[in-house]
Design a protein around this ligand. Structure first.
Ligand code: IVH
Length: 676
């Protein structure tokens, strides 16, 4: 929704000024948002370009170059020291340029190092402590006067009402809503019939401003990034930003040191650039939003020499990161059966560019979220995405609601199997998910296991990410995953390559394993082997009706119709497997001639030596391929016992019955011809 075109006429300029002012007024009114940050910033940049070319047209109330676009409520509390803004850079070149201009002002390279810390995306406040007691909380306002936000004292995590010492000092920092607090805030608002906050930052402003009149409490969080002396009390020690921040933390106030992206000091800007990249990579996983990295000359002496411009210090710069939040339109909602039968809503969006990629789908969390946010199809919604994380909807922007909105239907039946929905939890589930039919994730977990496709690089978390991203909707999709999808899910190209190798190897697994990976009802490893051996090819299995299936060894005839029906239903998935080049035949092993032909074998104890890599199922497979019958217990029928380490009662019983006992290595030698 960004308009990137330049303003070419005075009329366009006038309209753009009005749009920007309306957005500022809404934002500073009650924390609503009419334009997302990216759109607003682009608009102000266009205004600035136009004003540079046409200085005679500039409106006095133009938001260009004003704190909060000039709409920030000034309030009536005078700031002790002005609360300034920061100048911005957007890339490594900008950072280097800033460094050079700082060195020019200092007449020397920076000696005291650069402190780098997150640019927290909330609301700037000054917290005044008198003899260790928090007496006043003031908003930034226009930088010279701010509003009294003291009503919020007591509901801000990290900003104690009493310090650990009787200090008189003003701590400055950012109040924000962590993701969890934002969700809790919107839940509370829904319960009280209030409209949801569109995003955490607007929510913070709304929370702090509304604290006085609200009948319920919304918790927020504070992180300090500075301190100034108060009432002439020279409390602050140390001559660096870092030292003061340590002192602030010692008072019991939260600083960013409590986070993964906390303050670090570097001697060169190259190191700072690397840190910016590290912080960018961590952005999606942080429990709160950041919109940049703030870099400050660490030494107060150097800060003093560098000095200030009208609105910002020369000794600090905000390295802005690309916006990760945009507004777009909710076109529809899809219900997908995911994780162990959980029925999760997915937003279908008007495509929007967020953090370098086009977002068309985003998670809507759960039905409770939809109900509480009051979201409707056709609404403008805020979508959030950073790095590799799955895009998510934060909230509808109800102020921008048009007339053509329709309610979101919540599912009455499982979209996968049409069965009942278990609505007892916050997340809805297919009531039948234990059967495997709707438990996509459970089914995939089963399919990739060692006994089946043996893609052990695809752990739970990665599978979940692939399913949530919509990359995998059935077992066959595993075979067409590409490197990018796997890199996103596994968060590493190296891991993606390992998994790709395992997937390629899985394509050549014998039919019994491929068939088993389909997760057909009432079949498991043993029966899958019998079915594959009996029919030889997938085509023959598909052609078999219930009667033909009932003839398979070990297959209870009563189960045959269900199995046949499920195989038929899996037709499209099997077709996809064929298209992906997956093996569809069972290697012919002439079991009648095998080294274990006619033998009934029991394996007990832990396998060592040549068989150490095999689990119970693997050993069983070997026995059957060698023509033997595998059994779990020793009886008169048993002809051979393979005794591993710590073989216990089965070994004793075999001895008692005079059954031949071999070690794992002897057994391995017996069947050596079969192993490849
Ligand atoms: S220092 C004189 N450090 O960014 C320097 N500001 O655009 C004053 N902000 O109003 C600011 N994180 O609301 C500083 N680590 C940080 C920050 C930070 C967020 C905000 C703050 C300020 C705005 C300036």
């Amino acid at each position: 929704m960004t308009t990137a075109t330049a303003l070419t006429s005075r009329a366009d300029y006038d309209t753009a000024v009005d749009t920007a002012l309306a957005a500022c007024a809404a934002y500073y009114g009650d924390g609503r948002t009419e334009l997302d940050d990216a759109t607003y910033d682009a608009l102000v940049r266009q205004l600035a370009d136009y004003e540079r070319e046409h200085p005679g047209h500039i409106w006095p109330d133009s938001p260009v170059g004003k704190v909060g676009g000039g709409a920030a409520p000034a309030g009536d509390v005078a700031h002790t020291v002005p609360m300034l803004s920061l100048d911005n850079v957007f890339d490594a070149a900008g950072l280097v340029k800033w460094g050079a201009s700082l060195a020019r002002r200092l007449d020397a390279p920076v000696r005291g190092g650069f402190a780098a810390e997150p640019k927290l995306d909330g609301m700037a406040v000054a917290a005044r402590y008198s003899k260790g007691v928090l007496t006043k909380l003031v908003g930034r306002g226009d930088g010279h006067h701010g509003e009294d936000l003291s009503a919020a004292i007591g509901s801000i995590v990290g900003l104690p009402e009493r310090l650990d010492s009787e200090a008189t000092v003003e701590i400055r920092g950012e109040v924000l809503l962590t993701r969890a607090q934002f969700e809790a805030a919107n839940d509370l608002r829904a319960e009280h019939g209030d409209k949801p906050f569109a995003n955490p930052r607007n929510g913070t402003a709304g929370t702090l401003r509304g604290a006085k009149s609200r009948s319920y409490t919304i918790m927020t969080t504070f992180f300090a990034y500075g301190a100034v002396s108060l009432d002439g009390v020279d409390f602050l020690r140390g001559d660096t930003h870092e030292a003061v921040m340590t002192q602030v933390a010692e008072l019991g106030v939260q600083t960013t040191a409590a986070t993964e992206v906390g303050l670090r000091v570097f001697s060169t800007l190259e190191e700072v650039q690397t840190r910016v990249e590290e912080i960018t990579a961590l952005r999606g996983e942080l429990p709160f939003n950041i919109d940049g990295v703030v870099i400050k000359a660490n030494s107060f002496d150097e800060q003093k020499t560098a000095g200030f411009a009208t609105r910002h210090p020369h000794w600090a710069i905000a390295y802005k990161l690309p916006p990760v939040e945009r507004q777009t339109k909710l076109l529809g909602v899809e219900w997908r059966v995911g994780r162990t039968g959980i029925i999760a809503p997915r937003a279908v969006l008007e495509p929007v560019e967020v953090d370098g990629s086009t977002v068309q789908y985003a998670t809507l969390h759960n039905p409770d979220f939809i109900t509480k946010s009051g979201m409707m199809i056709g609404d403008v919604v805020t979508v959030w995405k950073a790095g590799d994380i799955i895009p998510r909807i934060e909230a509808p922007v109800t102020d921008l609601r048009g007339k053509d909105v329709t309610p979101i239907d919540l599912p009455d039946a499982c979209p996968e199997c049409g069965g009942e929905v278990d609505k007892s939890g916050k997340r809805w589930e297919c009531a039948d998910s234990s059967g495997g039919g709707c438990g996509l994730l459970a089914a995939l977990r089963y399919a990739v296991a060692r006994d089946m496709l043996d893609i052990d690089g695809l752990g739970d978390v990665y599978l979940e990410a692939l399913v949530e991203a919509g990359d995998v909707e059935d077992v066959a999709d595993l075979f067409t995953l590409d490197r990018d999808q796997l890199t996103a899910a596994a968060r590493s190209e190296k891991r993606a390559d390992t998994i790709l190798g395992q997937i390629a190897a899985a394509k050549d697994k014998p039919l019994n394993r491929i068939f088993c990976a389909l997760g057909i009802v009432r079949t498991g490893r043993t029966l899958s082997r019998e079915i594959a051996r009996h029919f030889g090819t997938m085509a023959a299995i598909r052609a078999a009706d219930a009667d033909a299936l009932a003839k398979v060894k070990k297959l209870p005839p009563a189960n045959a119709p269900k199995i046949a029906a499920h195989i038929a239903a899996m037709g499209p998935v099997i077709d996809k497997l064929v298209d992906a080049g997956v093996n569809m035949t069972e290697p012919v092993t002439n079991t009648a001639d095998g080294p274990l032909a006619g033998q009934t074998v029991v394996v007990t104890g832990t396998m060592r030596g040549a068989l150490a890599a095999l689990n119970r199922n693997g050993v069983r497979e070997l026995i059957e391929n060698a023509g033997g019958t595998s059994s779990g217990s020793v009886s008169k029928k048993t002809t051979l016992l393979v005794a591993g380490e710590n073989a216990g009662s089965k070994l004793a019983k075999a001895r008692e019955l005079g059954v031949r006992v071999v070690t794992e290595d002897e057994f391995a030698t017996m069947i050596a011809t079969l192993r490849s």
